[in-house]
Design a binder for this molecule. Structure first.
Ligand code: ADP
Length: 333
């Protein structure tokens, strides 16, 4: 995903940096020393299962709550020393939207314009432009309570943009949206980034992080378990394998003996072999089966994806990885 800085080849200024952020509630440690370094103009995804501490991180970085320890700069301002300057530079849309359902979309926008001390004329101009941009012109005069989930999120982001923030925190922007609204939201996020805005996104969806983020940090047990581009993270896990499936238990049994390094799953009559998925590797496996006179009913090649990374890193908090619909019950991961 291009950033203006990449185009000029200059190193990007840092939009968000944090060292050792900590937060506990009672004796529960939610963030146990988080370090962040997010270049301006990029999309950063904080990925983690429910309850991992994503919202807590957003609340701290957007000055809604104070950290117990560590330090952070947002838009060049120290969080603790100058929270006012941080607030002026950022926009936040949370899971609990700022939209007031009792008034219309347009009135919500104008209220925001007032909060940002825009003149009446300027407020109307900005509100109209944003309602147009987010495809809310038709609905603008209707109470926001009548909007669909996707429309409310769009209005929420439009309201956030009234103040022209350079950094936007989007806390689970697509949770609960249908696929079409989710894709619309992704498009909106891409457009924000092409305008040079830095996006700090939290998500439970691997696909979303993969689609949007320049860098992804996986939050688990209060720590960042891994960080990098989607490609870098995928390289962390040796998830590549070939899966052979048999309908005949005897063939499955013979294949197990012919391929002793394979992990077997007796329930689904499958075998799983580590593999890079290359032609040479596949030929070797097939040759060995041929030599033993065995024919598999099905052969599938699996290359590692972000799911593998996520499940490998968050295994302790996600019971029963094998319950994933695309995963056979296997024990070697
Ligand atoms: P996520 O956004 O990743 O789902 P949260 O940051 O909302 O996670 O929550 C992380 C953990 O902190 C959860 O166990 C949650 O119950 C706890 N938590 C969050 N806010 C509070 C609070 N105000 N008081 C006590 N516990 C809290």
């Amino acid at each position: 995903m291009p950033t203006s800085n990449r185009d000029t080849g200059r190193p990007s200024p840092i939009a968000v940096s944090a060292i050792g952020l900590r937060k506990s509630y009672g004796d529960k440690t939610v963030l146990d020393g988080i370090d962040l370094r997010i270049p301006a103009g990029s999309v950063f995804a904080l990925l983690g299962p429910n309850g991992a501490g994503k919202t807590t991180a957003v609340k701290i970085l957007s000055t809604l709550i104070a950290a117990d320890g560590g330090q952070a700069q947002v838009a060049g301002h120290d969080l603790a020393a100058d929270p006012q300057a941080v607030r002026a530079a950022i926009g936040v849309t949370g899971q609990f939207s700022a939209v007031d359902g009792l008034i219309t979309g347009e009135e919500n926008m104008l209220l925001m314009a007032d909060l940002h001390h825009l003149s009446r004329a300027e407020g109307r101009r900005v509100a109209a432009a944003l309602l147009e941009r987010f495809d809310l012109v038709e609905a603008a005069k209707k109470p926001a309570a009548t909007y669909s989930g996707g429309m409310k999120r769009r209005l929420d982001i439009a309201m956030t943009l009234v103040g022209s923030p350079r950094i936007i925190f989007l806390d689970e922007p697509t949770t609960g949206l249908d696929p079409r609204s989710r894709h619309n939201m992704w498009q909106i996020i891409r457009e924000l980034v092409s305008d040079g805005v830095t996006v700090f996104l939290t998500t439970q969806y691997l696909e979303e992080a993969d689609e949007l983020a320049d860098r992804i940090a996986v939050l688990n047990d209060g720590r960042i378990a891994a960080e990098g581009s989607a490609e870098e993270l995928k390289r962390l896990v040796p998830g590549g394998h070939v899966r052979l499936r048999f309908s005949d238990p005897a063939a499955h049994h013979r294949a197990t003996r012919a391929l002793p390094e394979a992990t077997r799953d007796d329930e689904t009559l499958a075998l799983r072999l580590p593999s890079d998925g290359s032609q040479r590797d596949l030929r070797t496996i097939l040759d060995r089966l041929d030599t033993a006179g065995i024919e598999a009913d099905e052969l599938t090649v699996h290359t590692p994806d972000l799911d593998d990374v996520f499940f490998a890193l968050t295994a302790s908090t996600v019971p029963g990885r094998s319950s994933r619909p695309d995963q056979p019950k296997e024990n070697a991961r």
